[in-house]
Design a protein around this ligand. Structure first.
Ligand code: NAD
Length: 388
């Protein structure tokens, strides 16, 4: 079932190491003098890194973007600030939102024009002509794996849609992963980002675009998630569990950038544009419900499908029990969502009146096309009703 022809691209260099932050000043100095340091809504979290950079006379210009997912305006401001400083090196230290902004900033330093020249769907979607400026991505959440993917997701409230800017040139130069940076995540953030990471290793494994490399790394990551997700949620300072989830997140990025996704992301993208709820929360709520619908549709329409064997394999890897069934998989996911108090879509801001709009938009999403089975409009609607 895995593709016979495939490509595998990633960040130039991946460093996964406790205290890896200490390596960043040298990595930056090797790449230039003018450093632009992007942080999230709480720049204090990056103060250690800022101090380390100042210690080697690299006085970074710090630009913080608010805690929310990045909008067109926020990205344009960051690009203008980095261009004004004649930046040599971009460092992004934060969650997927900050890492995504860093990709755009690094790309726009070496490519002329405006953001809308390069945005998909609402812009001109022009290809980037030049490689990005040197870019070091440092994730502080364990969810998106954005440090090794080639796109940035940007929200346009004006168009009510989340769109990507995408290019192989946007793969970061160096991804620096220090799992201890995620220990400060509160339980709710650990839950939503962790389930986002889990989704990103299950969907590329059970989709119509998988390949032998993504299969191998997803198998490993699903099993790590089975041992780490609940532990990281229950005890945020458990470094072994945090290391596990940082690994799952990284592998999720590698997998989604080189395989496909599925209906969870098919819904999460359009819903994020419509209701501006955090991406991780949407994925978390949809994961068990989408998998249940996929398994039911496959059993009904393609009972001999290899995708059903794959879901059974996911069950065994997650539970650590070789006898597990697809029913056990659904139960494992439902239990962990309940344990981690995952909110329904209504609480995330989706009104019943907007379900039809969400179904229409999601049916057209590119991730939906990689789903292991084509879901009917009524099945899509049913998923959202159940997720409310
Ligand atoms: P996020 O970056 O939006 O951060 C969520 C919140 O967590 C913010 O308030 C942030 O300040 C806080 N935070 C970050 N690190 C923390 C820490 N260590 N301790 C405490 N709080 C911390 O969340 P995310 O889930 O990492 O990223 C979501 C974004 O990534 C969305 O915009 C989504 O569309 C995008 N995304 C991109 C890709 C890609 O491949 N480019 C893939 C999936 C998702």
């Amino acid at each position: 079932m895995s593709a016979a022809a495939f490509e595998f691209a990633s960040a130039n260099r991946i460093i996964f190491k406790p205290d890896a932050v200490e390596l960043i000043p040298q990595l930056a100095a090797d790449r230039g003098q003018k450093v632009f340091l992007l942080t999230g809504g709480n720049p204090q979290r990056a103060s250690r890194l800022q101090g380390l950079l100042e210690g080697v006379k690299l006085d970074p210009v710090v630009h913080s973007i608010s805690g929310a997912e990045p909008t067109v305006d926020m990205v344009e401001q960051a690009v203008a600030a980095a261009r004004a400083e004649k930046t040599d090196v971009v460092i992004a230290y934060g969650g997927g939102s900050v890492i995504d902004v860093g990709k755009v900033v690094a790309a726009m330093l070496t490519n002329d024009g405006e953001l809308f020249d390069y945005l998909e769907v609402i812009g001109k979607a022009q290809p980037l002509k030049a490689p990005s400026a040197p870019y070091i991505a440092v994730p502080t959440t364990a969810g998106t794996g954005s440090e090794v993917t080639r796109n940035a997701v940007i929200d346009s409230p004006e168009h009510q849609v989340k769109v990507s800017m995408r290019s192989p040139y946007m793969l970061p130069d160096v991804a620096v992963i220090d799992p201890a940076l995620t220990c400060s995540m509160p339980p709710a953030l650990t839950a939503s980002t962790g389930l986002d990471a889990l989704t990103q290793v299950i969907e590329p494994f059970v989709c119509n675009k998988s390949n032998p490399i993504t299969d191998a790394i997803c198998r490993e990551a699903i099993s790590i998630a089975g041992r780490s997700l609940r532990q990281a949620y229950d005890n945020g300072t458990d470094l072994e569990a945090r290391t596990g989830m940082a690994t799952v997140s990284l592998i999720g990025g590698l997998a989604l950038a080189n395989s496909g996704l599925g209906a969870v992301h098919g819904f999460a993208g359009p819903l994020g544009g419509m209701i501006h709820a955090p991406h991780g929360e949407l994925c978390a709520r949809l994961l068990p419900i989408v998998i249940k619908a996929n398994i039911s549709a496959l059993k009904e329409r393609e009972p001999g499908s290899e995708y059903l064997s794959r879901y059974k394999e996911v069950a065994c890897l997650l539970t650590g029990d070789r006898e597990s069934t697809t029913e056990d998989l659904i139960k494992w996911l439902e239990d962990i969502c309940q344990h981690m108090a995952i909110r329904g879509l209504a609480e995330c801001g989706l009104s019943t009146e907007r379900i039809s709009e969400a179904v229409t938009k999601s049916a057209k999403a590119s991730s939906m096309k990689a789903n292991p089975v084509e879901l009917t409009e009524s099945e899509l609607r049913q998923i959202l009703i159940e997720a409310m």
